[in-house]
Write a protein that binds this ligand. Structure first.
Ligand SMILES: O=c1[nH]c(=O)c2[nH]c(=O)[nH]c2[nH]1
Length: 282
């Protein structure tokens, strides 16, 4: 005997470019959206009865429909509108979740000033949000960013770790610290929030802390970054940071009779350290 333990379904990687045409300048949002529904879908799985199934193709169309009529100023707000729309029309759906990944388009600098309608990809960094609402119930919003590629060439060392017969790593008080940071943070959901401002504050705080921190390890800097975000943005209840340690290996120039004063490195992607932690308020 078997039974359906858990299920959800929806549409993934719905790509969308929205141009908001303000007088004198345009704003662009490039989003990749995922919509997932949970609910009373046992008969669909067990009997092949599709009478309660909203087609995933319709979900895709709903994303475009809502994008056109929405005046949401953040992707979190857009996700909330999309969820409300789907839940209001589908009583068989017990929970809807929407994930949005946003690309980093910036106005292009042309002749020294920002062009109003020409854009350049800032980097491969993405802004993210995951919003879920159970019926009945309020929104749970988890936002964040991924692939924030950052590096520092000072204020980073790694010493006094365990040394055993398998240790080859040399301690250093001066190394390259390079990472591609992923962060997700949960919002305390009291009132409608200014998601874009809060996101910018969290991101700026992370960068500020990373740059200034006297790092004894990736672990310590990650903790300092998370702690600073929780201090700076009281609307955030919890933050998870993942920071791969993208090693930059010092090249041995002794072989050529040269001294390498921490100047020439080989950047590596693999293998990399993986450092992750979640910080919550006490
Ligand atoms: O900051 C670091 N943390 C580690 O746990 C670790 N392990 C390692 O080999 N190098 C580093 N660096």
């Amino acid at each position: 005997m078997v039974k359906l333990a858990q299920n959800r379904y929806g549409k993934s990687r719905v790509r969308l470019l929205k141009v908001t045409r303000h007088e004198g300048h345009h704003h662009v949002d490039e989003w990749t959206v995922e919509v997932l529904l949970q609910g009373d879908f046992i008969s669909a799985h067990v009997e092949g009865d599709n009478s309660k199934i909203l087609p995933t193709d319709t979900m895709k169309n709903t994303v475009y429909y809502m994008a056109h009529r929405s005046s949401a100023t953040s992707m979190e707000q857009f996700a909330e509108e999309l969820i409300d729309f789907l839940l209001s029309r589908n009583p068989q759906v017990l929970a809807a979740e929407v994930t949005v990944h946003s690309a980093l388009w910036k106005h292009m600098k042309v002749d020294g000033s920002l062009h109003p309608t020409a854009f350049i990809r800032g980097s491969d960094e993405q802004q993210t949000t995951h919003v879920v609402r159970h019926q009945p119930g309020g929104f749970q919003v988890t936002s964040g960013l991924s692939n924030l590629v950052i590096m520092k060439t000072a204020k980073s060392g790694f010493e006094d770790y365990i040394v055993d017969e398998l240790t080859t790593l040399k301690p250093t008080s001066d190394r390259i610290f390079a990472t591609a940071c992923t962060a997700t943070w949960k919002y305390i959901h009291a009132a409608p929030l200014h998601y874009n401002q809060l996101r910018e504050r969290a991101r700026e705080t992370m960068l500020h802390t990373f740059a200034g921190h006297e790092s004894k390890s990736v672990q310590q800097t990650l903790y300092a970054m998370g702690e600073a975000v929780l201090e700076a943005v009281t609307e955030i209840s919890e933050i998870t940071l993942t920071m791969p340690n993208k090693h930059a290996l010092l090249v041995d120039l002794d072989r050529f009779g040269m001294k390498n004063n921490n100047e020439i490195f080989v950047p590596t992607d693999e293998p990399h350290g993986t450092i992750q932690a979640t910080l919550v308020r006490m």
